[in-house]
Ligand binder design. Structure first.
Ligand SMILES: [Zn+2]
Length: 183
């Protein structure tokens, strides 16, 4: 009988350096950055994995280089490639899993304007409030994008990068013909 593994605890210990050799993972809540991002280069013949915690590295770079913030943009929207209008934040809606701990802390940080570290400290003892998975059929896994809206959204993006609308529409037509042929 295998003991139940507490992944959050394992990751915490790993990040604190108590388990050597465990890699950082995207979303591991291993730092206080709002936008966790890890760059990784790994190769079997080297037998090594090189990782950069880009979010923390960026923080240090921004402090060291005045004016570099001009190259950064944060928008209060979520851009869904299948939707025309940008989306504002949404509540947890997975049918398959509870909200990941690190993501929950960061969503709370955005909602309240408090730092991630302060949120973590407060909500570590309020785990019963962590959003759980939603009933089957009510979550994002059961929703399909509207094909018409998805195409219009793609058309808009391609136009913004220099495509002529007639060329985009011609490529859609080719795609449809190909699908029809494969039926
Ligand atoms: Zn970080």
């Amino acid at each position: 009988m295998v003991d139940k593994v507490d992944i959050d605890a394992v990751l915490r210990e790993a990040i604190a350096g108590e388990i050597p050799g465990v890699q950082w993972l995207q979303g591991d809540d291993g730092c206080d950055c709002l936008y966790e991002r890890i760059g990784a280069w790994t190769n079997p013949y080297l037998g090594q994995t090189h990782q950069i915690r880009l979010c923390c590295a960026w923080d240090a770079i921004a402090k060291a280089i005045p004016g570099v913030e001009a190259a950064v943009q944060t928008l209060p929207f979520y851009y869904d490639n299948n939707r025309i209008d940008p989306q504002t934040h949404q509540e947890w809606d997975s049918e398959e899993m509870d909200m990941p701990l690190g993501l929950w802390y960061r969503q709370l940080a955005v909602k309240t304007g408090m730092p991630v570290a302060a949120i973590r400290q407060e909500y570590q003892r309020r785990q019963d409030e962590r959003p759980r998975k939603v009933p089957k059929g009510a979550g994002r896994e059961s929703r399909q994008p509207d094909p018409k809206e998805a195409r219009l959204a793609l058309l808009q993006r391609l136009e913004a990068t220099g495509w002529r609308p007639e060329d985009v529409i011609a490529s859609f037509k080719r795609e449809d013909q190909e699908k029809e042929r494969c039926k």
